[in-house]
Design a binder for this molecule. Structure first.
Ligand code: C5P
Length: 237
């Protein structure tokens, strides 16, 4: 697996937009993130197109269901030979263990099992929402740390979290636990709907394993140039 990947979020509605976007990166093997929007429209075709073109894939479908259903779904996703998949830690330990079993069963002989990471709390969830809607009285950072530990105890490879949570998650789960951080912006970038943003440099310094970058690259006037600028700061060149 790539060390410390820069993952480009392909938040496009269909393959029509993906092809011209990726053509600008001719010759570069990217690590891309495919989310629900694209996968629910294009499904396995989008994945095989990306793989054929040499890109690594984080398939961000955030599974959350009863253990048996998640296990069967993961068995199918593993057969796509993607690099990372994910679940909601809120599904509990039994569900996360089942996810890993499904992945082990579905992994093609001779291939590596996809890494499985957990969403702790969505970045759209505020502490106020935790209390009033989910009836969780603990502070948000305590909840995030607890869910990360639950994922680690279930055998998962890591979590999706904000840059600002990385240090406490690594302290709780060990330095080998993977932290994948979205909400990345260069200093002068528009924050869009992200709240707790960080620069690629900050993410590197705080120990993020990988960063997910969408609009700062996909909406840039020159996506290839934007990608290289983020890359340089992420790699500390
Ligand atoms: O465009 P932007 O860089 O904000 O995109 C970030 C990507 O990371 C989006 O695909 C978003 O869905 C995803 N993400 C996030 N926050 C999370 C989990 C995933 O922004 N907690």
């Amino acid at each position: 697996m790539t060390t410390r990947p820069l993952i480009v979020a392909l938040d496009f509605p269909s393959s029509h937009e993906i092809k011209p976007f990726l053509e600008q990166f001719e010759g570069e093997s990217l690590f891309v993130k495919v989310g629900m929007e694209l996968f629910y429209k294009e499904g396995f075709h989008a994945i095989s197109y990306l793989k054929k073109n040499g890109h690594k894939i984080f398939l961000d479908l955030k599974l959350h269901d009863i253990p048996n259903t998640v296990k069967s779904a993961m068995r199918n996703l593993a057969s796509l030979d993607v690099d990372i998949v994910n679940v909601h830690a809120a599904g509990g330990k039994q569900m996360m263990v089942a996810a890993l079993e499904g992945l082990d069963q579905g992994t093609i002989a001779g291939k590596k099992r996809p890494k499985c990471i957990a969403v702790t709390q969505l970045t759209s969830t505020s502490e106020q929402m935790l209390k009033s809607e989910l009836l969780i009285d603990q502070p948000l950072d305590t909840v995030v740390r607890h869910y990360a530990k639950l994922a680690s105890d279930s055998g998962l490879d890591g979590v999706v979290c904000s840059t600002w949570e990385v240090e406490q998650i690594l302290a709780a789960c060990g330095s080998g636990f993977l932290t994948v951080t979205p909400g990345i912006r260069m200093l002068n970038d528009n924050k869009d709907d992200q709240v707790r943003v960080a620069t690629p440099e900050e993410a590197r310094k705080r120990g993020s394993w990988g960063i997910v970058v969408g609009r700062p690259i996909t909406k840039a006037l020159n996506p290839l140039e934007a990608y290289h600028i983020v890359c340089e700061q992420w790699e500390g060149k």
